[in-house]
Design a protein around this ligand. Structure first.
Ligand SMILES: Nc1ncnc2c1ncn2[C@@H]1O[C@H](COP(=O)(O)OP(=O)(O)OP(=O)(O)O)[C@@H](O)[C@H]1O
Length: 361
């Protein structure tokens, strides 16, 4: 296995710049997930690491060695795609052993590697079948098995589960996690799906517009998003944002209502700021204490309930497990849990901490 280091990496297609200087150090055995909206450059970054795209500027190192000009096959990296990319005329066993045969690995060694990988992935009953006789989930497993038998330095996953239905995704997600716990292989995984990112990653890299916005553990990004983009992107239903002007002890919202939040840093006074609060941190008050809000829409998800409210003319989402709200009238009372308020400055970056008062100082 290997460490991967990316230094000031840039990519442009003609005059169109896709990556604007990415720095990232991935430790040996780490599972890193790249997330971001469509077009933010995550697949481009992955493909550059694999050697499938050239480097415009900057450096990629694998185990300390510069690989910018190294051919993909000489980087010793296995890539798993959403399209599976299996050879249709080969059986599962042949697909899995193909790369070993190319490397002239002895037949019995290759057979042992295929057996071990197929046991791990529950593929033994299918070894003699061709890909067309497999379900999507089974094909994806073969694609992973093919990567495993090579024992590469690192695995790169490009949205491997996006062609699968929700139940199968859930199952395969858990299998990938188990596989990683087992093999401890350095892995970089690209996805749109934030549940995949949250559940699989040791660290998440959130990208937007070809720029890394934040790198951290899943809960770091959830609890202490570095800016408005990360705050809005991570979490579903998404964080609520309320815009206003900073005053000494809180924020004067657009509708002139006041949200108390302790000492506001002096340099922000009078500035336009944004308050953020996650839907699960808006507290519904059964006793009618708190701010009156109009209940516009109720979305029961089974697990919990998403409420769409209007508070002082502003939209506010609430997530609750309390089914009693299904009987609530058109008016409810809400409190925003102060310790869970996030504050973002005029440029969108996070101000201080909410859960960690020392960081706010
Ligand atoms: N060969 C190319 N020539 C020109 N532009 C390209 C090329 N490949 C990608 N791009 C552009 O680079 C940007 C980043 O693409 P990339 O595929 O890396 O995004 P992504 O974040 O992986 O998106 P998605 O989640 O939709 O796959 C996009 O605007 C895309 O149109």
């Amino acid at each position: 296995m290997a460490s991967i280091s990316i230094k000031n990496l840039k990519k442009a297609y003609g005059t169109f710049s896709v990556l604007h200087g990415v720095d990232l150090d991935i430790a040996d055995g780490e599972f890193v997930v790249l997330v971001g909206p469509s077009g933010c450059g995550k697949s481009t970054l992955l493909r550059m690491i694999a050697g499938l795209e050239g480097v415009t500027e900057g450096e990629i190192q694998i185990d300390g060695a510069r690989v910018n000009d190294r051919h993909p096959k000489d980087r010793d990296i296995a890539m798993v795609f959403q399209s599976y990319a299996l050879y249709p005329h080969m059986t599962v066993a042949e697909n899995m052993s193909y790369s070993l045969r190319l490397r002239k690995v002895a037949k019995d060694v290759a057979a042992r590697a295929v057996t071990a990988a197929s046991q791990k992935l529950g593929l033994e009953p299918f070894l003699a079948r061709r890909p067309k006789a497999l379900s999507g989930g089974q094909r994806q497993r073969v694609a992973m098995g093919r990567a495993i038998v090579r024992q590469p330095k690192a695995f790169l996953f490009d949205e491997p589960l996006s062609n699968l239905d929700a139940r199968l995704r859930e199952q395969m997600r858990a299998e990938i996690k188990k596989m990683h716990a087992d093999l401890k292989a350095t892995s970089i995984y690209v996805t749109h799906d934030q549940i995949e990112a949250m559940t699989l990653a040791d660290r998440i890299v959130a990208m937007h517009g070809g720029v890394v916005q934040q790198v951290g553990s899943p809960l770091d990004l959830y609890d202490r998003p570095a800016n408005l983009f990360v705050a809005g992107f991570i979490g579903s239903p998404g964080m609520n944002f309320l815009e206003g002007r900073a005053e000494k002890d809180g924020i004067r919202l657009r509708d002139e209502s006041f949200m108390a939040m302790g000492d506001v840093p002096e340099h922000l006074l009078g500035q336009q700021v944004t308050l953020g609060i996650r839907p699960e941190h808006v507290v519904l008050d059964a006793h009618g204490q708190g701010m009156p809000a109009h209940l516009d829409l109720v979305e029961p998800t089974g697990f919990g309930i998403i409420l769409h409210l209007t508070l002082n003319g502003l939209p506010l989402k609430v997530f609750t497990l309390d089914r009693a709200v299904l009987q609530a009238g058109p008016m409810v009372a809400v409190t925003l849990a102060q310790e869970h308020l996030h504050l973002f400055g005029p440029d969108g970056s996070r101000i201080g901490g909410t859960s960690d008062p020392a960081a706010a100082a």
